[in-house]
Design a protein around this ligand. Structure first.
Ligand SMILES: [Zn+2]
Length: 238
């Protein structure tokens, strides 16, 4: 299994690694990586892998069936020899923007007290789908003000690891019905925003900022009706 360096330190921009395998589609598996693989609505990282005598642009990153992180090269890129030492370098602008949106999505989740049915992170912002009963739809301007207050209060984002058993006993912490928390490895990471998670507390394997201030000003751009009780709330950078 690939060591997920981004899970301990999301600010790592590159790492040294050894090539463990190159799959039949050219996907590169390393012994450890800073590249986040597509999961939970957050896109896989882009960047490059550099080795003695070559480099490959990485178009995206995904998990394979065995839960290894696979760095997917752009069309026509070469692959490093298996066993070689490489440097995996993130497209940091892309990743940092994803971290800002992802952390913002936690604040959105914390500000709308209804079950989550889906979500996605895009280039200019992100959206979450909530199961909201008629008559309780939040006001765009009020929600925008709430989010900007949580951003400007610059709450710290920290982690705590709990066991799979503790997670099973604390199902109420799981906000997303469509994404199961990353269980199965014996431990789950709880992401806490604010002191002891007073702003938001939920299991998450994504990449986050160290505090909410770096998200910057935001605005709720749309609250759409996506079915009987499904409301899609979109938030963008202002
Ligand atoms: Zn998260």
């Amino acid at each position: 299994m690939t060591i997920l360096l981004f899970r301990e330190d999301a600010d790592l921009k590159s790492c040294a690694a050894t090539v463990e395998a190159v799959n039949e589609r050219g996907g590169i598996v390393l012994d450890g990586t800073v590249f986040y693989a597509t999961a939970g609505g957050q896109p896989g990282d882009k960047g490059k892998i550099v080795w003695d005598g070559g480099e490959a642009l990485i178009a995206t990153t995904v998990y394979d069936e065995a839960k290894n992180v696979v760095h997917v090269p752009a069309e026509g890129q070469p692959a490093p020899p298996v066993g070689s030492k490489v440097e995996a370098v993130l497209d940091w602008d892309n990743r940092y923007r994803n971290m800002r949106v992802h952390t913002l999505m936690h604040l959105l989740c914390a500000s709308v007290p209804f079950p989550v049915t889906g979500g996605a992170i895009g280039e200019d912002g992100g959206r979450i789908d909530f199961d909201i009963p008629e008559g309780q739809i939040p006001d765009k301007a009020v929600l925008t003000a709430t989010l900007n207050r949580l951003v400007s209060e610059d709450h710290p984002v920290t982690f705590r690891w709990i066991t799979d058993e503790e997670m099973a006993e604390n199902q109420h912490l799981i906000r997303t019905m469509s994404v199961k928390p990353p269980m199965g490895t014996g431990r789950v990471r709880l992401v806490m925003i604010g002191e002891d998670g007073k702003v938001d507390l939920q299991p998450c394997g994504g990449t986050h900022l160290r505090s909410t201030g770096a998200i910057g000003p935001v605005a709720v751009s749309k609250i759409e009706n996506k079915g009987k009780i499904n409301r899609r709330i979109r938030v963008v950078f202002a």
